[in-house]
Design a protein around this ligand. Structure first.
Ligand code: ZN
Length: 496
């Protein structure tokens, strides 16, 4: 029998406002414990909340970017529960009239475009944090995080496999970054996921009981947890066992999901309208104003990259898949065009000026730079590479001072230490050898030492030329200009 997973996600993202949702405490990450608190976010009796206007603006911006219908009137509700990090004993959220409804995000999968429905997106306040120092029999409470505005995005159960989940998470994070509403730093808890998973027989329409997995704090953990949970449920169905509706946690050490102790779930939140906050009216003009100020979103940028810079769809896709990378590309191009205005050429068809640097810079970013970032699991912002340094590399290669291979070899040092290519070329004596006399001597040596390859070449096996050039590069420690080396070898072979 074949099975079909049904997956929905709930995403919490901290909004990048300078102050909290209902008080003027700062939201800076990493401040000393309980240094960013006041009577309002500590839940002292008699205090009253006031909604942060910036948080409302960011909320509307997010809802618009995610194609939601914006409610003209929204209300806040209390979600009641007790926990040490929640001094008010309730969290202000939106249960009945959220900011945005019926949105969608279109993802591109291997099978084409697919719309993932968004049930609703709403505003709520974050809770504080319980801290359990390792090896000590005490716990601490840090209220700094309590009251930081969160946007919660609830998808419809439209995702069907781990690949779709990965593309969706990446695209959503990108939109949040592009709109500037969140820094999405998962290691700082700015972006958190929960997944609802069930599995049914393929071709059926019923909705089986769903299992909720809480506290998934990195893309990797989400994907591992979803994959494991799908497998677990399929095995149960194979054995004709019943999958229960329950909340489970991800055990990263054992790489399995395990049920939450019943004490940890079974909430009856007793939602009721927040009496201290009046309903919020958002006028059509306000919505229009925020819509107009909406920054360029990933899909639009992708299209612009293809048209303006003459890049392929594949290249523009990769460059805009992260905002950091797309920004870096455009910054580099600016530096490039200032340095090499002559290398710009008008595109005859459109009459626009297309920078020749675009393809060159794109190739470096998509190729060796991205490879390095993936190997080290970091973003371009976490390296010491600057647009100036990158353009420096392309310039040295273009002018023939170093060859492509040498440039690739020194790239890690530039990324790690921020050293300029000029410095590294001097330090390591890497200048490309274009002096024919010197290359000629290396060619002679290579032809002498590789008689068999020479014979093969003379017998018509021309592909041995590549091997011989490789040998010359080896002798010259990679510094010979490969084009000149190839020509001299051909000349040498003729004269033998
Ligand atoms: Zn406060």
């Amino acid at each position: 029998m074949t099975y079909e997973p049904i997956i929905g996600l709930e995403i919490h993202s901290e909004l990048a406002t300078a102050t909290k949702l209902f008080c003027s405490c700062p939201t800076k990450f990493g401040a000393p414990a309980n240094s960013q608190v006041c009577p309002i976010c500590m839940g002292h009796p008699g205090t009253l909340p006031v909604v942060n206007e910036k948080a409302v603006e960011y909320m509307v911006r997010t809802a618009l970017a995610l194609n939601c219908k914006i409610a003209e009137i929204t209300t806040f509700d209390r979600k009641n529960y007790y926990y040490p990090d929640l001094p008010k004993n309730y969290q202000v959220s939106q249960q009945y009239h959220p900011f945005g409804k019926d949105g969608f995000l279109e993802i591109k999968t291997g099978n084409g475009a697919k719309r993932i429905g968004l049930d609703n997106i709403h505003l709520e306040e974050d809770a504080g944090k319980n801290v359990h120092p390792e090896g000590k029999s005490v716990s601490f409470v840090d209220i700094n995080r309590a009251g930081i505005p969160l946007v919660e995005i609830v998808t419809k159960p439209d995702l069907r496999d781990v690949e779709e989940v990965e593309i969706f998470m990446n695209d959503l994070r990108n939109i949040l970054l592009y709109t500037g509403v969140s820094d999405c730093k998962m290691q700082e808890g700015s972006l958190r996921f929960e997944a609802n998973i069930s599995v049914r027989e393929r071709g059926q329409n019923y909705m089986p009981p769903r299992v909720e997995i809480k506290n998934l704090n990195s893309f990797k953990i989400v994907l591992s947890a979803v994959k494991h949970e799908i497998g677990r449920q399929m095995k149960m169905l194979e054995k004709k066992e019943t999958v229960l509706r329950e909340t489970r946690l991800w055990d990263d050490e054992k790489q399995i999901t395990r049920p939450m102790r019943s004490k940890e779930e079974a909430h009856d939140y007793r939602y009721f309208p927040e009496p201290d906050l009046p309903p919020l009216f958002i006028s059509q003009e306000e919505i229009e104003k925020i819509k107009k100020e909406l920054p360029e979103l990933p899909n639009a940028r992708k299209e612009r990259f293809a048209v303006d810079y003459g890049l392929t769809e594949y290249d523009s896709n990769l460059l805009t898949s992260s905002k950091e990378m797309a920004d870096f590309f455009e910054e580099s191009l600016k530096v490039f065009n200032q340095l090499h205005p002559v290398r710009n050429s008008p595109d005859i068809a459109s009459g626009r000026t297309i920078s020749n640097g675009a393809k060159e810079i794109a190739n470096w970013l998509i190729g060796p730079v991205t490879r390095y970032l993936n190997e080290h699991n970091i973003s371009i912002k976490e390296t010491k590479l600057t647009p100036e340094l990158l353009v420096g590399i392309t310039t040295y290669v273009h002018e023939g001072i170093i060859n492509q291979n040498t440039a690739k070899n020194i790239l890690p040092e530039i990324l790690e230490k921020g050293k300029s290519p000029e410095e590294l070329i001097k330090e390591k004596g890497l200048t490309q050898v274009t002096d024919e006399g010197e290359i000629s001597r290396a060619v002679d040596k290579v032809l002498q030492a590789n008689q068999q390859a020479v014979k093969d070449f003379q017998n018509g096996k021309t592909e041995t030329l590549g091997f011989l050039v490789g040998q010359v590069m080896k002798i010259t420690k990679g510094k010979a200009n490969p084009k000149i080396a190839g020509e001299l070898i051909k000349k040498g072979l003729k004269n033998l």
